[in-house]
Design a binder for this molecule. Structure first.
Ligand code: KIV
Length: 269
């Protein structure tokens, strides 16, 4: 398509903003969100009508081959955010602040600004009350903020694995306070990861901003998944909450084997 064609098309594409996502709390409309780390995936998801795309620090495992997200650097997220931003027209694009990139309020604002310069329209960090200063500084700087509570993958080393949260009354109370801290400090929505469904439902009913669940039951205001889990592109680990919609790993292996056989079958002369 010509440049004029793209410009014309963009006039008809409704851009999803943090305010639009927030307004869906009052509607029946559920929020659909997926991660993406590269241009073609981002463009395909955007064309499919996804509401929110996240350049998650899960890229540490899904595309960089690390054992967990604690190895991800801000430069990694910036690099992938630039690629994803080129593929997004309509969806809201959020990017993760990786571990150690938001130790102080100043550092959080500085690195959030770098993600915005790379093309993100919102940023996310893991945790609530303990990071109130950082969240407040980010939103005071005019940067839309997406919260993330429950099981926090950046804490995997301290916690010795990925454990479901919100099973006891104390944990439930704590998570409600975490969600309230995000709401109070200006977050437009909050991801609830691996939270007991009844607790996730309670948080969803308690706060005025939307909840976006992952492995936290169906009573959230929306759902988010790691793209590679949805399409079966990371066959070495499958979280329990994931129901893949395709088996891309098998398709890739099949195509690679067909190509290898075809190539080996060719004569050299
Ligand atoms: O990094 C990530 O992909 C995430 C989602 C699982 C919410 O934070």
């Amino acid at each position: 398509m010509s440049d004029a064609g793209w410009v014309l098309l963009s006039l008809f594409v409704k851009k999803i903003t943090p305010d639009i996502i927030r307004s869906w709390k009052e509607d029946d409309r559920k929020i659909s969100a997926l991660t993406a780390y590269d241009f073609p995936t981002a463009k395909l998801l955007d064309e499919s009508g996804i509401d929110l795309v996240l350049v998650g620090d899960s890229l540490g495992m899904t595309v960089l081959g690390y054992p967990d997200t604690t190895h991800v650097q801000i430069e990694d997220v910036i690099y992938h955010t630039r690629a994803v931003a080129r593929g997004i027209s309509s969806a809201l694009l959020a990017a993760d602040l990786p571990i150690y990139s938001y130790e102080t309020a100043g550092l959080a604002v500085q690195n959030a600004g770098r993600l915005i310069s790379a093309g993100a329209q919102a940023v996310k960090l893991e945790g609530g009350q303990a990071w109130a200063k950082q969240i407040q500084a980010i939103t005071a700087a005019g940067i839309p903020f997406l919260g993330h509570i429950g099981m926090l993958p950046q804490h995997v080393l301290e916690e010795g694995g990925y454990h479901r949260k919100g099973r006891t009354a104390e944990e439930c109370e704590f998570l409600i306070e975490e969600a309230r801290a995000i709401e109070r400090n200006g977050g437009f929505a909050v991801v609830l990861e691996l939270i007991e469904p009844s607790t996730a439902a309670k948080i969803t009913r308690t706060i005025s901003i939307p909840t976006i669940g992952i492995g936290s039951g169906t009573e959230c205001d929306g759902q988010i998944l790691v793209f590679h889990d949805l399409v079966g592109y990371f066959p070495w680990f499958k979280p329990k909450h994931v129901k893949p919609e395709s088996d891309l790993a098998s398709e890739i292996r099949k195509a690679a084997r067909a190509y290898i056989d075809r190539t080996r079958g060719e004569s050299k002369k």
